[in-house]
Structure formats: structure tokens, C-alpha cells
Design a protein around this ligand. Structure first.
Ligand SMILES: [Zn+2]
Length: 283
């Protein structure tokens, strides 16, 4: 595209070994680096040989500090507010932040953030009731919900509110896009299989591609970009099959032709063929 790197804004780093007193790099709030590990835990190259290290992407230290100090500041400014207002203010922040990091290695960070939040909240509560002891304060502001202990819970008023915990956010691994792939590479088979939609593909075909994981139901081979595809009714419409997705499959055109031909022979008994039919349809 004719773009060039600007040297003053470019940094060279090594993801496994220390280089200029740092390992790895931070990007968009994520910290990327590799750790030396034994052969069983190591990443493997395309030939299946262990590489001797594992790549871990985690929230960057800087962003963790930023987040916990933001929470701390809010808790401080809410010293006169009640518990319900504080929970209402903090929940969307925790929800948003944990969602951003939910696809990487964040469990440990989430636990640390929960501990830090707890300490800040306890200071907030203590300040409100300087004469009460630890137990009394805990009982007033925290509760156990199922097997989740130390939940900051507003038990006043009618509706009970809980503060979200960072570590309750499920970590969902992202399925990697194959290397060298781009939505603009024209490979609509790959992209509709992955997403179930594509601007240039009829929704019906894209949905079936996704359902069949990109393979022809008849021959089991992956569809290629240049293949001709056809939608087949598994039970033919003429035999009472309906028009729902359950009764539809995507086939190569040649596989579809084969299937139709086989379907026909199933219903024709060769012994009953007359001479005219044989002449018209040489086997
Ligand atoms: Zn096929």
C-alpha cells in the first residue's frame, strides 16, 4: 500500500528473550510475549515439532493499573453515596473491561483485580462506620451468593444488587483466522463457512456452508472457490420433502447430478425397461 514505518515510532523487541531490558511488547492494551516451557506444553510448528516456548497474551500491566486506579477513584468520590449507587456505577465498568480481555489469558489478572477492588471497597465501608469491627462491616455489605463468597451486595431496599466480579467472566478462546486469509481475498467459501454470511453469497448458501463446515455432504470434500454448488432437497420435494433447512444440503453440481441419477435408478427396475427406453438411455 506504499506505507512506511516511522523510525521514531517503531520499537524492536524480542518476544522470548530480553532485548533492551524488556521481553515482548504491548499493543492495544495487550501484552504479548513467549515463555520457555517443556516439550509437552510448548507450541508446535506446522510439522508438529515442539518449539520450546508458548505464546501468552495477557492484559498489559499498564492497563491493569489504569483500571484498578479508575475503580479506586470512583469508590473515593462515592464516599457519600450509598451502596446501590456505587454498584450501579461500577458494574458497567467491570463488565466492559473484562469483556475486552475475555479472549486472552486473563484469569489471574481478574483475580488480582477482584482482590484490589475488595480492598478499596472495604476501606470505603470502614470509613462509613469507623466504630464497627471487621465482622460487622462484612456482614453489612457483603454476602454469599451460591458458592460465590464475598459478593458486595446491597441488601437495603427491595431489589438486591450485586457487584460483578471480574473472575466470573468466562474466558473464551478465539478461533484463529488461517494465516494469509483476508475477507477481501475473494474466497467466499471460507468466509461464509466461518461466519455463515458473506456480502456476495446468498444467505441460504452461506448458512448451509456454515452448517456443513464447508464440505459437500455427498463426497465429503471441501468446496473450492471455483466449484459450482447446488442446493439439494434431502427428501425430494416430489416425495413430500419440505423446504426447511433440515431438509436441505449443499452439494457440488456434479455430486448433485450423480445423486439425482442414482435416485432415479432406485425407482426403475431394469427388467421392466422396454426397448425404446434402453435405446434412448444407453448404459
Ligand atoms: Zn461433492
Amino acid at each position: 500500500m506504499g506505507l512506511e514505518l516511522k523510525p521514531s515510532k517503531t520499537k524492536i523487541s524480542h518476544t522470548l528473550y530480553e532485548y533492551e531490558e524488556k521481553v515482548g511488547f504491548d499493543f492495544l492494551g495487550f501484552s504479548v510475549r513467549q515463555y520457555p516451557v517443556g516439550k509437552n506444553r510448548a507450541a508446535k510448528n506446522p510439522k508438529g515439532e515442539p518449539l520450546g516456548f508458548k505464546t501468552l497474551i495477557t492484559p498489559s500491566i499498564e492497563k491493569i493499573k489504569q483500571h484498578t486506579s479508575k475503580i479506586g477513584k470512583i469508590i473515593k468520590t462515592y464516599h457519600a453515596a450509598n451502596q446501590a449507587q456505587l454498584i450501579k456505577r461500577l458494574n458497567p465498568i467491570i463488565r466492559g473491561w473484562t469483556a475486552y480481555y475475555s479472549t486472552v489469558v486473563s484469569k489471574q489478572t481478574y483475580n488480582q483485580a477482584d482482590l484490589c477492588t475488595y480492598q478499596q471497597l472495604f476501606a470505603w465501608a470502614k470509613r462509613r462506620h469507623p466504630k464497627q469491627n471487621h465482622q460487622q462491616i462484612a456482614h453489612k455489605y457483603w454476602s454469599t451468593v451460591g458458592n460465590n463468597h464475598w459478593v458486595f451486595t446491597n441488601k437495603q431496599s427491595g431489589n438486591i444488587q450485586h457487584l460483578i466480579k471480574h473472575h466470573k467472566t468466562p474466558i473464551v478462546r478465539h478461533i484463529k483466522v488461517q494465516a494469509e486469509r483476508s475477507p477481501y481475498d475473494g474466497d467466499w467459501v471460507y468466509w461464509s463457512t466461518r461466519m455463515g454470511r458473506h456480502p456476495e453469497v446468498k444467505p441460504e448458501i452461506a448458512i448451509l456452508l456454515k452448517k456443513q463446515k464447508g464440505k459437500c455432504s455427498d463426497c465429503g470434500l471441501y468446496f473450492q472457490d471455483e466449484d459450482l454448488l447446488e442446493i439439494d432437497h434431502i427428501i425430494p420435494r416430489s416425495k413430500g420433502g419440505n423446504n426447511s433447512y433440515q431438509n436441505k444440503q449443499l452439494l457440488h453440481r456434479h455430486c448433485h447430478d450423480n445423486k439425482s441419477a442414482n435416485n432415479n435408478t432406485l425407482f426403475i427396475c431394469p427388467l421392466e425397461l422396454d426397448e425404446d427406453y434402453i435405446n434412448d438411455n444407453p448404459f
